[in-house]
Design a protein around this ligand. Structure first.
Ligand code: NI
Ligand code: MN
Length: 226
């Protein structure tokens, strides 16, 4: 399968069964080199939490592609109330989709959505995503602090590829993310959620240099085969 990073926390997965995008914040994402209309056909949109830099273009993309949005139940309920197709889940729950399994992990963060009138909508718990697909396990941590249960992820799952936030301020910073990488024992770790805004400026290569094992800086727009 082909996995492409589009800056911030945007990860596109093109698999044999389905095209899936995680946290499609493309409009207003200065790190993205594409427009939402440049994305391939999407079958599913997975949201880690309700913050606008993660929900991003989900409304328009879901409508354009008739895609199903997978989200934590409270956020899914809100999106469904706006006429979107959703699959609600909750933290710790997994579901076997036609393309593979999605399971929500915990994330220590917040979750709300600010609508066009700047009303704050409760969006349930924030999460991370475990995606078991084509025999591989991908972990997208969402926005999170370092938490010691990441050790449990390392013990229970054989993670091939992990996307970890390193921006600091809103999420864990590089030092904590190095420890997270050690605990989750992923074969390859890719830093995300940095340099989109001045307050999350980081040197991703410096992070990767400190990671024990395989770390990789993916440039925005870069793809890897897994
Ligand atoms: Ni957030
Ligand atoms: Mn964020």
């Amino acid at each position: 399968m082909k996995i492409t990073y589009h800056g911030h926390s945007v990860v596109l997965i093109e698999s044999a069964q389905a095209n899936i995008v995680i946290d499609p914040f493309i409009s207003g994402n200065g790190q993205s080199t594409i427009k939402p209309s440049d994305l391939p056909h999407l079958d599913y949109i997975i949201l880690t939490h309700g913050h606008n830099d993660h929900v991003g273009d989900a409304f328009d993309l879901a409508k354009t592609h008739d895609a199903t949005i997978i989200a934590v139940a409270e956020l899914a309920d809100y999106l469904a109330s706006k006429g979107l197709k959703v699959h609600p889940m909750s933290i710790g729950g997994g579901y076997n989709f036609n393309f593979g399994r999605v399971q929500y992990t915990i994330a220590f963060h917040g979750s709300s959505y600010a609508d066009e009138n700047h009303r704050i909508i409760y969006a349930g718990m924030p999460g991370g995503i475990l995606l078991m697909i084509e025999g591989k396990t991908i972990y997208h941590a969402g926005d999170t602090a370092l938490y010691s249960d990441m050790k449990l992820l390392g013990e229970r799952y054989d993670i091939d590829l992990a996307f970890l936030p390193i921006g600091d301020n809103f999420t864990m910073g590089p030092e904590d993310a190095v420890l997270a990488a050690e605990w989750i024992k992923a074969k390859t770790v890719v830093p995300v959620h940095y340099n989109t805004f001045p307050i999350i400026e980081q040197d991703p290569q410096a992070f990767v240099d400190k990671v024990k094992g395989d770390g990789k800086v993916m440039a925005s727009g870069e793809s890897i085969m897994l």
